[in-house]
Design a protein around this ligand. Structure first.
Ligand code: ATP
Ligand code: MG
Length: 181
């Protein structure tokens, strides 16, 4: 085992949860990715529930060889009659998350908007808890999304609840390129 591999083995990764209704959950996670990448660490971002669109961060991902980026949420339909289909998409996304977490290839895995899977009944929260509890020692995981289930709060080491005291959107300002997407 190389000296670098040995020192990696000693690292104890964190479990971080960014929740609440204010702006900054995903961007704080991506700020941490930026830090990790600066130290030549390997980062994987998995986005659940994201819509289409030219999110600046996704466009940037191609330029970082140590950053892998996956989007799983396009198939969600949010229609009561199609809950089985949503569950299937959630299963696929979760299977990918499990594969990436267990691969031990990464220093940081971001599970963006994952709180919505249990919230909407697409996935049992205990499966996320088990995945996080059994992660490789050195791996850090950041979960984001509103209204995190208590079980996710319990399993995390660091929990930030972002409170929306004000948001420009509520005074009629449109989402702005480079700020909101
Ligand atoms: P960001 O990606 O900017 O860090 P977020 O992850 O905290 O936001 P989400 O609910 O995931 O919040 O955001 C979905 C979209 O809505 C993003 O474009 C985000 O910038 C924007 N947004 C976040 N919070 C609010 C809010 N309180 N009111 C209106 N728009 C918001
Ligand atoms: Mg977000």
């Amino acid at each position: 085992m190389s000296a670098e591999e040995k020192s990696k083995k000693k690292v104890k990764g964190r479990v971080i949860l960014n929740t609440g209704h204010g702006k900054g959950k995903t961007t704080a996670a991506l700020g941490t990715a930026f830090r990790a990448l600066g130290h030549q660490q390997r980062v994987c971002v998995i986005q659940f529930l994201k819509g289409q669109g030219d999110y600046g961060e996704r466009l940037l991902a191609d330029q970082f060889p140590n950053l892998d980026w996956y989007i799983c949420g396009r198939g969600f339909v949010f229609n009561r009659e199609k809950i089985e289909e949503d569950k299937r998409v959630a299963e696929e996304g979760f299977a990918l998350a499990k594969e990436k977490v267990e691969s031990d290839l990464y220093d940081l895995v971001i599970l963006d908007e994952i709180t919505y899977l249990p919230l909407f009944g697409f996935l049992d929260v205990e499966r996320i808890v088990d995945l996080v509890k059994n992660k490789p020692e050195r791996l850090s995981i950041i979960m984001t999304g509103r209204d995190a289930h208590e079980a996710l709060v319990q399993v995390a080491d660091t929990v930030s609840v972002i409170d929306p005291q004000k948001h420009a959107f509520n005074s009629g300002v449109k989402a702005q390129k480079g700020i909101e997407f």
